[in-house]
Design a protein around this ligand. Structure first.
Ligand SMILES: NC(=O)c1ccc[n+]([C@@H]2O[C@H](COP(=O)([O-])OP(=O)(O)OC[C@H]3O[C@@H](n4cnc5c(N)ncnc54)[C@H](OP(=O)(O)O)[C@@H]3O)[C@@H](O)[C@H]2O)c1
Length: 333
């Protein structure tokens, strides 16, 4: 089958359209005919080799963490899905490969596609939707009336997280440029800080939660927004010892992550804030709950651009500008 292949790690490494073996489903697996695949900066970072210590993939490798498509075949133990079902997923780490005509996905990572979405719209959701869910619902346990700052509200994670935080009853502030202010307001943001002209830490205080997806300076400045007992949750690093332990990393890596996160952990402790790093995981059951929120109109998709599958490398160049509004998707059908 046709797939985009990463032959070797490298920053400027283009993916090659070539042939890979047809996937064969094990008992708990489902073969999906991919109709659309979403791009994520995680794909770029893996390609660059930045994730080798944590996700040691061996090239040749097919990237792609988000897909929507039709079930082609199911393994003997699969009861939840049948051929012909429209589904979407973020396949678990170690089993990625959405930039291909077909992929095998573990049964538990899949959910039925929201009925009101096109395949392209559905492929834009799983990774960012699950990330927002795991930060705001699982880790932060947002309660109605709490104040939440979501950085980069116009990005893939941000556009979803604003809507989810509002649904949970929070007051939401977000950082965005003036050109994207109308978009994030329309998604539900109560307060928009233009990060090019304003200092968010001077405009906001007494916050319960900050979702950080930006650089180390923004992470540190975010401490000033939080009240004592507040939570600073970062998805862009630095990874902390709890993450290292949960990933089962070796002693050397655990020490490295302990050291690289020591500064922010110490500064957070000094002001009574809880710092943690979150790396999202695949979860079909959570994705089903997201499906319900999309179908009832609580959450909508924001797809900036759609490229044909053959233009995947151009789509990567686009997301790597850092200017995408919402998500970028390639379509196969
Ligand atoms: N740990 C995890 O599980 C996890 C999961 C998902 C994502 N991530 C990471 O989170 C980060 C964000 O991912 P993403 O997919 O949401 O990114 P993205 O969609 O590529 O973000 C692009 C958006 O960020 C905005 N932006 C850029 N600089 C900004 C700044 N200084 N302040 C406010 N907004 C800014 C841009 O708006 P303008 O054009 O107006 O600047 C643009 O709309 C990435 O590093 C990604 O790898 C981690």
């Amino acid at each position: 089958m046709k797939a985009f292949i990463l032959d070797r790690y490298g920053k400027k490494q283009a993916l090659r359209l070539g042939d890979m073996p047809e996937p064969v489903p094990g008992p708990d697996y489902v073969v999906v005919e991919v109709e659309a695949a979403g791009l994520n900066l995680l794909d770029s970072k893996i390609r660059n080799g930045e994730f080798k210590p944590i996700l040691p993939y061996k090239p040749p490798l097919v990237l792609g963490h988000d897909l929507a498509g039709t079930v082609a075949k199911v393994g003997a133990g699969v009861r939840r899905f049948k051929p012909g079902d429209a589904v979407y997923a973020r396949p678990r780490d170690g089993q990625i490969g959405a930039f291909a005509h077909r992929i095998v996905v573990k049964n538990g990572d899949l959910a039925l596609k929201p009925a009101n979405l096109s395949m392209a719209e559905a492929a834009s959701i799983p990774l960012v939707g699950l990330t927002a869910w795991q930060v705001l619902v699982e880790r932060a346990q947002i309660k109605p009336g709490q104040k939440v700052l979501i950085h980069a509200g116009s990005g893939g994670v941000g556009t979803f997280a604003i809507q989810l935080a509002k649904h949970l009853g929070a007051t939401v502030a977000t950082t965005a440029s003036a050109t994207n202010a109308a978009l994030v307001k329309e998604l539900g943001a109560d307060m928009v800080i233009d990060y090019r002209t304003q200092k968010f830490e001077e405009a906001l205080s007494g916050y319960d939660v900050v979702l950080n997806s930006l650089d180390a300076k923004t992470l540190e400045r975010s401490l000033r927004v939080l009240k004592p007992g507040g939570k600073l949750i970062s998805i862009s690093g630095p990874p902390d010892p709890a993450f290292a332990k949960a990933q089962g990393l070796n002693a050397v890596l655990r020490l490295v992550l302990r050291l690289t996160s020591a500064g922010i952990r110490k500064k957070a402790k000094r002001v009574g804030v809880d710092y943690s790093f979150l790396f999202m995981r695949a979860d079909g059951a959570q994705l089903e709950r997201i499906t319900a929120l999309i179908e009832d109109g609580t959450i909508r998709t924001v797809v900036d651009r759609t490229f044909p599958f053959e233009k995947l490398n151009a789509a990567f160049l686009y997301i790597e500008t850092g200017r995408a509004k919402g998500k970028v998707v390639v379509t196969l059908k």
